[in-house]
Design a protein around this ligand. Structure first.
Ligand SMILES: [Fe+2]
Ligand SMILES: [Fe+2]
Length: 387
């Protein structure tokens, strides 16, 4: 029997009544910013399989072979000798941002920004970059832990093999983001509280497919879109190349999630699918809450509510913010391909409607996109041609 509506459970799923309740979003903050380690129970059984037939799942086997071929080395394949002038780039970006705000007719009168000079705007851009890359780094560590868990918990040998390559990929991603932050930028941020809650929930869940759904489909789907946008906009050639290589791995990771879950979800009942839909909704809301970057406003000494007020647009405009929307451009088609958008009378479709992101449903899903994004192979072939 299909469960038609459980909208009354929204508060239970996301911890508040309305998705846009600003007070509730801001009341969640990272209370232990000085902690050196963070412990989460992972609640899962480690599974051996005695079925060693390689290639029983041809799509996963192909992905595994591809992953072995497209490994790269963060120390030797990136040019760390490039000198990065963060302040200069931040000034350029803040100028563009202010021009954009002027174009949208945003009036700074009576706001904390009224008296800001170039230096403060540049500082905001630098802090935003420090914050974003710090969150990328923390998210990458989440991926490292999640894929190590998948190696243990997934029952299929082809998936264990593939996940093992992803563990290596994620180690490299944490490594290069940490190195970029340490040597090229001007400060770290602790993990954002909303991101932390999400990573904790993913790791805490005992069901192996939930690790995939939370990490490979939701977190990595968003990361793939966010890295793509950062790669387009950064004027720094080192960061551009770093992101290009990371994305080439991430596209495989998202494909891994979609290919594995497609098979597993085909055998689930509607009530079981509803639990997955709820989890996807919770993850989407947590990721969206993070966009407020409340820690940056704190560090800039600006009342976060006043800062956000400035960008507070009526819903119909806010839901057309192309930047926020695009972050969901990989997630929504992948959820559709997995049958999550429309199960239980479109439960998740309605929730994605309330977040203003359903329009991406027919964009390309990521099951095959990794072939196009294989930057490592492209560069090797180009180098072989010129040699
Ligand atoms: Fe990664
Ligand atoms: Fe990844």
């Amino acid at each position: 029997m299909a469960i038609t509506d459980r909208s009354d459970r929204d508060a239970e799923i996301i911890g508040r009544e309305g998705v846009d309740d600003l007070e509730a979003i801001l009341s969640v903050s990272n209370t232990d910013v000085d902690e050196a380690i963070h412990t989460v129970a992972d609640n899962a059984d480690a599974i051996f399989t005695w079925d060693y037939e390689k290639g029983a799942r041809p799509a996963l086997n192909k992905l595994y072979e591809k992953a072995k071929h497209s490994q790269w080395n963060g120390q030797t394949d990136l040019d760390w000798s490039i000198d990065v002038d963060q302040e200069k780039f931040a000034a350029m970006i803040s100028e563009m941002r202010r021009a954009g705000m002027a174009e949208m007719g945003i009036d700074l009168k009576g706001t904390p920004f009224e008296t800001w000079n170039d230096k403060e705007w540049t500082q905001l851009s630098m802090e935003t970059q420090n914050w974003s890359l710090s969150q990328f780094m923390h998210g990458e560590q989440g991926a490292l832990l999640c894929t190590a868990k998948i190696v243990e918990t997934v029952p299929w040998i082809d998936a264990k093999y593939y996940a093992a390559t992803q563990v290596m990929d994620e180690a490299r991603h944490v490594e290069v983001f940490a190195q970029y932050l340490d040597t090229k930028l001007s400060g770290h941020y602790p993990i954002n509280a909303h991101l932390k809650m999400l990573l904790d929930d993913i790791i805490n869940d005992s069901r192996w497919d939930m690790t995939y759904l939370g990490m490979q489909v939701m977190v990595e789907g968003l990361a793939l879109a966010a890295f793509g946008m950062a790669m387009q906009t950064t004027p720094d050639p080192l960061l551009k190349q770093l992101l290009r290589y990371v994305m080439s791995d991430e596209a495989r990771h998202v494909a891994f999630g979609v290919l594995s879950l497609k098979e597993f979800y085909a055998g689930l009942s509607e009530p079981e699918l509803l639990e997955r839909q709820e989890f996807a909704f919770e993850a989407a809301v947590r990721m969206r809450d993070r966009f407020l970057q409340q820690e940056v406003w704190d560090r800039m000494g600006v009342d976060v509510k006043k800062a956000i007020k400035l960008f507070d647009q009526p819903d119909e405009v806010k839901n057309q913010d192309p930047f926020q929307q695009l972050l969901f451009s990989k997630i929504v088609p992948n959820c559709k391909k997995l049958g999550l958008l429309d199960a239980n009378d479109g439960w998740l479709r309605k929730r994605f409607d309330s977040l203003g992101v359903t329009q991406f449903e027919d964009w390309v899903d990521t099951g095959e996109e990794y072939e196009l994004l294989d930057a490592v192979t492209q560069d090797r072939e180009a180098a072989a041609e010129t040699a």
